[in-house]
Design a protein around this ligand. Structure first.
Ligand SMILES: [Zn+2]
Length: 98
């Protein structure tokens, strides 16, 4: 991930998308691919499994690679709009005796 926005120099480090982009990508790709699998199975004369693998593995991979960076950008933008930056890590010791 780039450390800052190339357009406005906004620091992107505090905005932690974590697993949200991957979750949304899987959710969307699944809702595109699974109905297509069922359609081909229902009206496509029930092709053998290797045909399914040949169709859906590349499609799933392509959709994930296309969608993931865009969804990650949208999640970071949402965090920025909501001012939901992660707190800065505490560098000093919390132990008063130290
Ligand atoms: Zn920017």
């Amino acid at each position: 991930m780039k450390g800052h926005c190339e357009a406005c120099e906004l620091a992107l480090e505090p905005y932690r998308a974590d697993d949200a982009p991957a979750y949304f990508t899987i959710f969307i790709v699944g809702h595109i691919v699974v109905p297509l699998v069922l359609l081909v199975e229902r009206w496509g004369a029930e092709p053998p499994l290797w045909v399914h693998a040949l169709l859906w593995l590349p499609l799933s991979l392509a959709l994930a690679l296309i969608l993931l960076p865009r969804i990650k950008g949208a999640v970071i933008a949402l965090l920025w709009v909501q001012k939901a930056a992660a707190p800065k890590p505490v560098t000093e010791s919390l132990d008063p005796s130290a």
